[in-house]
Design a protein around this ligand. Sequence first.
Ligand code: CS2
Length: 487
Amino acid sequence: MTRLKHLADINGPADLPGYDPSAHGTGIVHLGLGAFHRAHQAVYTDAALAAEGGDWRIIGVSLRSVEIVEALSAQNGLYTVIERDDAASTGRVIGAISKALSGAGGGAEILRALSDPSTRIVSLSVTEKAYGISRDAYQADPSHPAVAADLAHPETPSGVLGLLSAALRARRAAGHDPFTVLCCDNLPDNGAMLRGGVISFTEHHDPELAQWIADTVAFPSTMVDRITPAATDETLADALALTGCEDHAAIETEPFSQWVIEDHFPTGRPAWEAGGALFVEDVRPYELMKLRLLNGAHSMLAYAGFLAGCDYVRDVMARPDLARLIARQMDAAAATLPPLDAIDLQAYRDQLLARFANRAIAHRTAQIAMDGTQKLPQRIFAPAVDTLRAGGDLSAFAFATAVWMRYALGRHEDGTSYTLNDPRGEEITAALKDKTEAAAISRALHALPGLVPNSLSDSPKWRGAVEQKLTTLLQDGVEAAIRKEAE
Ligand code: CS2
């Protein structure tokens, strides 16, 4: 079987890049080579290259995984994106990635790529937990392992903040322009957050450089959206059918894709609007809408669905009671949003429900359930705070929190256990040891430092609502609790 490596070898219905990849230099280093980057930013860059050309190909960096780097390196960076919905699967080969680098063996090569004058944008999709930035103060968090390691050895960084800071130092010393830093993770105000993290990290050892970063480096915020599950054997089999080639980096995703970006790129950018990106003054309202409606409902359905034995989001949507709770979650979240002239919230919500119901996408509830401590603050707690302040109905947020707490126990009702996949997993397990009562569990999890905002922890109304729902989950069982909640 031919391995995907040259466009000329492709023999199947997949679309090919509308340009000659080898005719374009690189202009972007992207940190985080996961499925999401390959289904989203790389696809927009592919469209931009086809529409307007330019030296904007991407050096993709995986900070931890070696596998994807090996797969893409063996394929000249080429891979297939499979778009699926109930009607059809279509394939498109992407040529935007010029090279893949791994951080597993140390950061020297990555630092060279970041410091190269041809690099004008550094984009990131590294997941919420990789940053090590306090969410309230936008400061580097020295208790985060990568931040601590890089603060101790800033010349040999391996984490996000250390790499960005060291690369900016090298560029300044060499007289090169700084790059623009583009955060593509699901965090509110993600550009400002990353800016605060990089500057405060740098202040520890080089205040002058920190000032230069504050004065010269742009950190536009973005809202990113495309539901992209982890690839499965079926993904790879379909890629073979679509290209006639074996493709170890293929991914599957939904037809929908959205990217809203603040247009602040002092050193230029690709014509991402060719792929449908929307450039706006202020991303925040879009980001809040997406985080609270899509991601908030996703987290709730992941915990409730996982506990109810639903492996995939589509299975959760097929249950009328859970589907009703998902719609309720979105409505409760929508009530916390400022009006956004450009968007019809009702239509957005209905579209989300249809996207979740896509039967052709195998999106695991267990995948979305990961890293709850990193996700719940912006998805569930922030809108709960707004709802509490406005005197609204807390039910949806309290239920989402209670199902997460039930999930945090790490065992199903039949006693089988599962791994709590969360950077604070050990801390949670220690806090919950020997706790069986709802009140004790809720107290222990509310007491985790920096997780639940004080306005919620200190509110008897909130605490009562969470505890009551957790009591039902524990005493009557998950199924009965879902039924009762959906009544
Ligand atoms: C999901 C997101 O895994 C998760 O937490 O909620 O990855 C979600 O699929 C994307 O944000 C959709 O754009």
